[in-house]
Design a protein around this ligand. Structure first.
Ligand SMILES: [Zn+2]
Length: 213
């Protein structure tokens, strides 16, 4: 479970299959809420969640820039969800088959680059290109990622402990009839705390924390 949660911040190991076009819309900005949902609140290029800095500063990215490909300006398949830093740095870069920015719908991103803690390891020239262009190794990004990972580890430890307590209270509930009321209060309080912890994790990873498998 922890790995699944931490994995949300890594580059995907599978190709993302998009939902069908929710439009058409006359202006690409109308796609933003759909892109947010489609890409699970994360920048497709750096995997940052919009939970911490707010979705209002996240934007609609045109994979092929609208200045050079105006006919694709409102094309669902050309649109991605991106953080402000990536959006600005990517600017008018044009991906070609010879040199492209790996995208979640077309490429196995993890084959091109991957995070190892706060570091980025690149495996192809396309991964290098993206890391350089979007400055994925810059200090401010590393600092933010370091903070997020540290917070996440703390929350995950907390979560494990709360789940353990819950299981223990629930099993006692069956055996200790005399303590039913006390145990029910404890279960309620622990469940509420677990919900708060799950909510904080969701802010960091951009995805709801599903029940223990
Ligand atoms: Zn980004």
């Amino acid at each position: 479970m922890d790995e699944r949660i931490l994995g949300a911040l890594l580059f995907p190991t599978n190709i993302h299959r998009r939902e069908s076009d929710p439009g058409p819309y006359a202006h690409y900005s109308s796609y933003k809420p759909h892109l947010k949902r489609e890409f699970r609140r994360k920048c497709v290029y750096c995997r940052a969640s919009d939970g911490l800095i707010g979705d209002e500063v996240f934007g609609v990215d045109h994979y092929l820039p609208k200045s050079k490909f105006p006919h694709l300006a409102n094309n669902w398949l050309n649109l991605f969800y991106a953080c402000p830093r990536c959006n600005v740095l990517k600017s008018e870069f044009v991906s070609t088959p010879e040199l492209f920015l790996p995208s979640p719908c077309e490429h196995l991103m993890a084959q091109h680059l991957q995070y190892e803690g706060v570091d980025i390891v690149t495996h192809t020239k396309h991964g290098d290109c993206m890391t350089e262009l979007l400055r994925l190794r810059e200090e401010r990004r590393r600092r933010r990622r370091d903070l997020i990972l540290a917070a996440l580890r703390g929350l995950l430890e907390n979560r494990t402990e709360l789940l353990r307590e819950l299981t223990s209270y629930e099993s006692r509930l069956e055996k200790e009839e005399g303590k039913r009321e006390t145990l029910e209060v404890l279960i309620e309080e622990t469940s509420e705390e677990l919900e708060r912890v799950n909510g904080r994790i969701e802010l960091l990873i951009g995805e709801p924390v599903t029940a223990e498998p």
